[in-house]
Design a protein around this ligand. Structure first.
Ligand code: HPA
Length: 253
């Protein structure tokens, strides 16, 4: 694939719920990338941040019009790759299952379990494409995870190192029984968009890591009888405010 950019990108960021544009991007250019898999969630904005060249894509679209099961993950990851991205941070809103993963906590998970269904999870299902069985024992790039954790520390944010991200289909939240099962399975966090993004990045040999922002305790894990969407977005806004500082530190090294 030809690369549209001549300047290599230092980082690509996929923004989740609550992060629809990247504050502080300078000399920004918008790219509408055509991919063999159809359109990405929207334009990719490439600009300068902290003295480096970064790309930003809003996973749900800039006005949050795509639910998790309708995001074109293949097009999104392909488009970032075709613009020259080699490392990608996925920012994901999540529910916390583990006691120490309550609202506004930031986690850099090191494992995942995929409970989604009916999503297009590979670049290998196009006729004539080479079939690849990739290793996915460690779903996230350890080097990028470490860099994110160091960056969070440098930014004064107490991010938790490790945890298992359970990816659910959504767009509804889970039942208490589903979360109880996920807890027994070993999940610490639950979100709707971590997969297939992570595996598609691996197929394209991108370094990929997840910055998970806890918006709420998952069903049955907190004191509330119900989860309020207003509360989710309020907690998310608070946690999201730390993201540019963390990424600025990440780009310093
Ligand atoms: N479940 C799934 N995804 C989420 C949640 C949740 O409780 N909170 C934010 N994203």
């Amino acid at each position: 694939m030809p690369h549209h950019e001549t300047t290599p990108l230092d980082l690509a960021v996929i923004g989740g719920s609550g992060l629809y544009n990247f504050p502080g991007l300078e000399n920004a250019e918008r790219h509408t990338v055509d991919t063999p898999y159809g359109p990405a969630s929207g334009d990719i904005v490439v600009g300068d941040f902290a003295g480096k060249r970064i790309a930003f894509l809003a996973r749900h679209g800039e006005s949050h019009t795509l639910p998790p099961h309708r995001v074109n993950y293949r097009a999104n990851v392909w488009a970032l790759h075709s613009l020259g991205a080699r490392r990608v941070v996925g920012v994901n809103a999540v529910g916390g299952i583990r006691d120490d993963m309550g609202p506004r906590v930031i986690v850099v998970p090191d494992q995942l379990i995929d409970y989604t269904h009916g999503r297009l999870t590979s670049y290998c299902d196009v006729e004539g494409a080479e079939v690849k069985h990739i290793d996915f024992s460690e779903p996230y790039a350890e080097s990028l995870r470490r860099q994110l954790l160091d960056a969070a520390r440098a930014a004064g944010v107490a991010a938790i190192d490790g945890g298992c991200y359970g990816a659910t289909q959504g767009p509804r939240l889970e039942t208490r029984a589903e979360i109880a099962r996920m807890k027994r399975d070993g999940c610490d966090l639950v979100g709707m968009t971590g997969m297939p993004e992570a595996v598609l990045a691996r197929e394209l040999e991108l370094d990929y890591a997840c910055l998970a922002l806890v918006a709420n305790f998952a069903a049955g894990c907190g004191d509330e009888a119900e989860i309020s969407i207003e509360e989710i977005f309020a907690h998310l806004a608070a946690a999201t405010a730390d993201v540019p500082r963390i990424l600025a530190e990440l780009l310093r090294v």
